[in-house]
Design a protein around this ligand. Structure first.
Ligand SMILES: [Zn+2]
Length: 802
């Protein structure tokens, strides 16, 4: 799920949000609106996938979550005045709106986020970075990049996006001799490197300890949090270093650094040296080819953008140290890092074997951009023509098609009694794992079907599966171009129009809850299939074409069960995603189907290997393993306009969000492991469509199915409806239920249905009898002459009315 910038004004705009002049009454939120549109949960949702936000925005959000006390503005301004890293100009809420644009390039970032030296703190000679300094260096870097591109240009089959090379130590250009493919990350970000493998010269607090020096780690909300946003050396530490023990002889080839992620201040390292050791006692440094001097690498110029430095020459060692040389003035040496490292053979078996990362499934474990994805889907379809169909549900803003792979024994048609299920991935374009997992899943289903695997064959025979690997292909292409290590935390999240798709669905929660408060549900206002609000259907509503396409898709196919695949955390979250109390940042907000949603979530979490690993450390700043790796969405952070809530309130489909991994865009060599982590969960989750009751509602006389009949379960204030042929599925946990089927023109019918732990679904069919009034109506409509007794009855009825 998402960073969750709450969009619009679900309960009317309040407070300073009004100043921004955001058009109201649109279903979604544009990026530009987010900082200011702030809303109900800004502070809390920083957690998982927070966007890159300016410090002003963060402060504001933090304050917002603390009650939006206007008096805090005074403090805020005071903070701004005394913290050099925090820019001025945050008085007017509207002013920082532009800063929230995801950075397009390093250069753009520098010009918008370069720190300004404040009059109170004149720059000192040593360890300072003035704006001028940063700009000059970046310009040099640009030159180097251009030069190098010319020299390095050689025909090569690119397997993944290759990151830009920036190997120049402080402006001198060095072309690495080393021409092998990039080494993969050692695993600081993916957590393959454990906390105990980190060490540092000093750290400001436990929350800023060496184990927090991981690329893209996200901080908690509180200042001085146990989960702060980087490793930070003590301010007095004159010779700081951060050390990683690879535990094996390793060929180190590069280092990626990033600044500190925190609400309260900016910090980043502007240059550093790298040293190596085999025993952590004797160290040697990385040296320039030309001068032979110890290399000094240029590092960061903002808190978020990852910067890659390849070493002039790869070094084989067990330990690596990063030694910050200069950092942002007035701050401390704070950084997050990843290390690129290739394993080295160990013929004598001197070191314990590294854990295997493989999968025995013969699948295509790579990242696929739009073209490669389309090709792969075509290949799967050609390999398994009898059980597949590729179709498109619409186009992105840029015109890329939203492809769906359908897999079933009768592709292309809804079979009576066969439930439809879906997986949707990539609504946040930079959360790339879900996309690859769905591409792997379709290959796997095809291969296992050809092999005759009974479990897969049964799933394909009894269900119709729809896989949408990329709901936001525009955002993905942006992220893919940057590459898995350099894309940072937020780039590519939004659509080309700057829309966060998981806030872009119509908010149906508010009208439902208002009607409930007025005592109108379910008699006057239904508790299901709530209509789109008028504002959402207006031509000028901010609804992304991707969102519209998915809504039309949801209406076209009678989906029963879905999961929405995200990344950046390891947890399954279930509806409601939006808090019921207006403006509450977080609040437990269960649906009437809480038991089913908790079951569904627990099934995924319980069969996902990574979530079940009892030794795992929290991804960022919350430990979801304490609660079985499942959480109510609104209890985590409110998300108005989420796809899950919309799906539940506008259609029959139950949908949860799966946060697949701590790393949003894992390196491609992690894909086999991630596949193994999720393979069983992906299968088992879809099989849950068998849990509950299902059947057909028919006309007693004609035996024809009745469309749109309502299935109500006593005690659950949420009904479902039948599809066109009268078939329905009602997910339920084991128990005895009193179920009523009703349809216009028919007498309702009620019966007991028992759901057991045995494999279902339990058949629960209904035959409804037409009401006399309906029979009469139909007779008259056909122009038939009424039999005398009926005519007398009709006249009597009319007389009664008058
Ligand atoms: Zn997400």
């Amino acid at each position: 799920m998402g960073v969750h910038h709450p969009p619009l004004y679900p309960h009317g705009s309040k407070g300073w949000e009004r100043h921004v002049g955001v058009p109201e009454a649109t279903g979604g939120v544009r990026l530009r609106q987010e900082g200011a549109g702030g809303s109900r949960a800004q502070g809390r949702k920083r957690g998982t996938h927070r966007q890159t936000a300016g410090p002003t925005d963060r402060l504001r959000r933090a304050l917002a979550s603390r009650g939006r006390d206007l008096a805090m503005w005074a403090l805020l301004l005071a903070l701004a005045a005394c913290t050099p890293a925090v820019r001025l100009g945050l008085g007017a809420p509207g002013t920082s709106v532009l800063e929230l644009e995801p950075p397009a390039t390093t250069e753009a970032r520098v010009s918008t986020t370069a720190p300004q030296s404040t009059p109170t703190q004149p720059p000192s000679a040593e360890r300072r970075t003035t704006e001028q300094h940063v700009r000059i260096r970046v310009i040099k870097k640009k030159k180097v990049i251009i030069k190098k591109r010319k020299k390095i240009a050689r025909p090569k089959i690119m397997v993944t996006a290759r990151p830009l090379l920036t190997t120049s130590p402080m402006g001198t250009s060095e072309i690495p001799k080393w021409q092998e493919p990039d080494c993969p990350p050692l695993g600081l970000e993916s957590l393959r490197v454990s906390d105990s493998q980190f060490e540092a010269s000093s750290s400001q607090s436990f929350g800023l300890g060496p184990h927090r020096g991981r690329l893209n780690i996200q901080s908690g909300l509180e200042d001085g949090d146990l989960y702060d946003g980087a490793w930070c050396a003590e301010q007095q530490d004159a010779e700081p270093w951060l050390q990683v023990d690879a535990r094996h002889p390793t060929r180190f080839s590069g280092v990626i650094t990033q600044g500190r992620n925190s609400i309260w201040r900016y910090d980043w390292v502007t240059s550093f040296k790298v040293q190596f050791s085999n025993d952590s006692q004797t160290w040697w440094g990385s040296r320039n080819h030309s001068s032979g001097a110890e290399a000094v690498f240029p590092a960061n110029s903002d808190p978020e953008t990852p910067v890659l430095n390849l070493l002039p020459e790869p070094q084989v060692a067990r330990f690596i140290r990063l030694l910050p040389q200069t950092w942002l003035e007035g701050g401390a040496a704070c950084l997050r890092a990843e290390v690129l490292a290739c394993p080295v053979s160990d013929p004598n078996g001197l070191f314990p074997a590294a854990p295997a990362l493989g999968s025995s499934d013969p699948l295509d474990f790579r990242h696929h951009n739009y073209k490669a994805m389309r090709k792969l889907m075509k290949q799967v379809s050609e390999q398994c023509p009898n059980i597949t169909r590729v179709y498109s549900i619409g186009k992105s803003h840029q015109g890329l098609k939203l492809y769906v792979m359908e897999m079933s024994d009768q592709p292309g048609e809804h079979e009576l009694g066969e439930p439809e299920v879906r997986y949707v991935a990539g609504m946040h374009g930079n959360e790339a794992l879900g996309r690859e997992l769905l591409l792997l899943f379709m290959q796997f289903l095809c291969l296992e079907f050809l092999r005759g695997d009974p479990r897969v064959t049964r799933l394909l025979t009894e269900t119709r599966i729809h896989l949408l690997p990329s709901m936001n292909p525009d955002g993905y292409e942006t992220a893919f171009r940057r590459g898995s290590e350099l894309v940072g935390w937020a780039e590519g999240r939004w659509t080309q129009q700057g829309i966060d798709l998981n806030h872009n669905f119509a908010d149906l929660n508010t009208p439902l809850w208002e009607a409930e408060d007025d005592g109108l549900v379910p008699d006057t206002v239904p508790n299901h299939h709530l209509p789109l609000p008028t504002y959402y259907t207006l031509p000028n509503a901010t609804v992304a074409p991707e969102t519209r396409a998915v809504i039309e898709w949801m209406k076209r196919i009678p989906f029963v069960l879905s999961a929405n695949l995200h990344g950046g955390e390891l947890v399954v979250s279930y509806p409601f995603d939006m808090t019921r109390t207006p403006w509450a940042a977080r609040e437990l907000t269960p649906t009437p189907d809480d038991a089913v949603f908790r079951w569904l979530s627990t099934v995924y979490a319980g069969t996902n290997r990574a979530m079940q690993d009892s030794d795992r450390r929290p991804c960022h700043n919350q430990d979801f393993s304490l609660h079985g790796n499942v959480i109510n969405g609104a209890d985590w952070h409110t998300v108005p306009g989420s796809m899950n809530d919309f799906s539940y309130l506008h259609t029959n489909c139950f949908e949860v969000t799966v946060e697949l991994s701590c790393d949003k865009f894992p390196h491609e060599n992690e894909l086999p492991q991630e596949w193994e982590n999720n393979k069983d969960a992906l299968l088992t989750y879809l099989e849950q469509v068998r849990m509950g009751i299902a059947g057909v509602v028919r006309d007693k006389d004609t035996e024809l199915g009745i469309a749109d009949a309502v299935i109500a379960v006593e005690g659950i204030n949420h009904d479902v409806t039948t599809a066109w042929d009268g078939d329905y599925w009602r997910l339920l946990t084991p128990g005895d239920y009193l179920v009523t089927a009703s349809a216009e023109g028919y007498h309702s019918s009620t019966r007991n249905c028992r759901v057991t732990f045995e494999e279902g679904p339990v058949p629960c069919n209904f035959h409804l009898t037409k009401t006399p009034k309906q029979r009469l109506r139909e007779l008259l409509a056909t122009g038939a002459k009424l039999p005398p007794d009926l005519r007398r009855r009709l006249e009597r009825l009319r007389g009664q009315k008058n």
